[in-house]
Design a protein around this ligand. Structure first.
Ligand SMILES: [Fe+2]
Ligand SMILES: [Fe+2]
Length: 173
């Protein structure tokens, strides 16, 4: 399996200082959430969290999740579908997110350097109920996207509807 130290060395050279700190914070939070929920795939979570923003630089914008997944595959020879999907889905969400993808998404939204007002609540919910945390994370993301008058991701909306049904039992939308 790929070396965590090699990944960190690569990221430290490639990412801005703030982005590198965000990545380390996010990885630490993701690992804590996974341990708390007794998730066995800690190694996958560590790799996905470290590489989730590896292609985030000024030119890539929202496309960076897809590019980071490709980079993880080609540069670090990662073939595990769950790791690659977690990286790919961390910006827009996806209807078929598994527990690894959800932990990556939640940690990315709520690590300690995030300053928007819902971040702390998302982080707290992550240690109670992952679907509740995921629901607050995706609804907060959609809310800010709409407020900024940017297009919403259909996958994000489908995920939101799915989570509403899971969490509240309300299937009427
Ligand atoms: Fe990102
Ligand atoms: Fe990130």
């Amino acid at each position: 399996m790929v070396s965590i130290n090699n990944i960190k060395k690569y990221l430290k050279e490639k990412l801005s200082k703030d982005r590198y700190i965000h990545t380390l914070n996010m990885s630490e939070l993701a690992t804590k959430i996974a341990i708390y929920h007794k998730i066995k795939a800690i190694a996958k979570i560590r790799i996905a969290s470290l590489l989730h923003d590896c292609e985030k630089n000024s030119k890539n914008g929202n496309n960076h999740s897809f590019l980071s997944s490709k980079m993880a595959k080609h540069k670090f020879c990662i073939t595990d579908r769950k790791i690659l999907d977690a990286i790919k889905y961390h910006t827009f969400g996806h209807r078929n997110m598994d527990i690894i993808s959800k932990i990556i998404y939640i940690s990315d939204m709520s690590e300690q350097s995030r300053k928007f007002k819902e971040a702390e609540q998302i982080r707290k919910l992550a240690f109670k109920n992952l679907d509740e945390a995921m629901l607050l994370a995706i609804s907060t993301k959609l809310k800010y996207v709409i407020q900024d008058r940017k297009p919403v991701s259909l996958e994000g909306v489908i995920l939101y509807n799915k989570l509403i049904k899971t969490v509240t039992g309300n299937s009427n939308g």
